[in-house]
Design a protein around this ligand. Structure first.
Ligand SMILES: *[C@@H]1O[C@H](CO)[C@@H](O)[C@H](O)[C@H]1NC(C)=O
Length: 201
């Protein structure tokens, strides 16, 4: 009986068996933990990708809103601009809308923030004069596109033009006053420049 008891309670045997069980359970837990860690990484990676896509869509949506209108002279001013003996950039200072801030009222430059089709229109008012027409040309990156031109000896007239252009990101649109021409504006805003994005491409 004593021997049997001794064998049954052999501390060495009990410890070894216990450790084996514990190790198996530990290995199982380790495996489970590893699987969880891998799954977490996959979920995090997917979440990061989704986050980036949402951000890209948000930016794309924002950049689709581009529109501005400005008249030539700062609020309260009136008078003639020109004549100058060379073509001179016109800076439309009185901004009435500038959604997307693509138009710069300090330089007169509109810079395309996104590739797309844009529409522009411009109205150029002049008082009649024997020598001076009223005229301005729209340019893309300095290259002439369309002109608004009128020349009459008296009274006044407003000529206009408009154009739709496919612009690349960073293309610059501005108006150049024609050489030896005079352009008039006052608080009623006869001489204006407007543009807007029709759709992205
Ligand atoms: C997810 O993005 C966060 C923050 O940018 C970064 O710290 C983390 O490492 C990224 N995780 C994965 C799995 O790409």
């Amino acid at each position: 009986f004593f021997v049997k008891l001794c064998f049954f309670f052999d501390p060495h045997t009990v410890n070894t068996k216990g450790l084996e069980v514990q190790k198996k359970e530990f290995d199982k837990l380790k495996e489970q933990h590893q699987a969880h860690a891998e799954e977490l990484l996959r979920v995090q990676t997917r979440a990061n990708v989704t986050e980036k896509q949402v951000e890209a869509l948000r930016r794309e949506g924002e950049v689709k809103k581009v529109a501005f209108s400005a008249s030539l002279l700062a609020s309260g001013n009136q008078g003639e601009t020109g004549p100058f003996n060379t073509r001179t950039p016109l800076v439309f200072r009185h901004v009435v809308s500038n959604i997307g801030n693509a138009y710069n009222p300090n330089t007169g430059f509109f810079t395309a923030p996104v590739k797309g089709a844009y529409h522009f229109e411009f109205y150029i008012f002049g008082h009649g004069h024997a020598s001076y027409p009223a005229a301005a040309g729209l340019t893309r990156n300095g290259e002439h596109i369309f002109i608004a031109y009128e020349h009459q000896p008296s009274h006044g007239a407003n000529s206009a033009n408009g154009v739709t252009l496919l612009l690349e990101v960073g293309d610059v649109i501005f108006l150049r006053q024609w050489q030896n021409s005079r352009i008039y504006d006052n608080i009623y805003c006869h001489t204006t420049f407007s543009g807007h994005l029709l759709f992205t491409m």
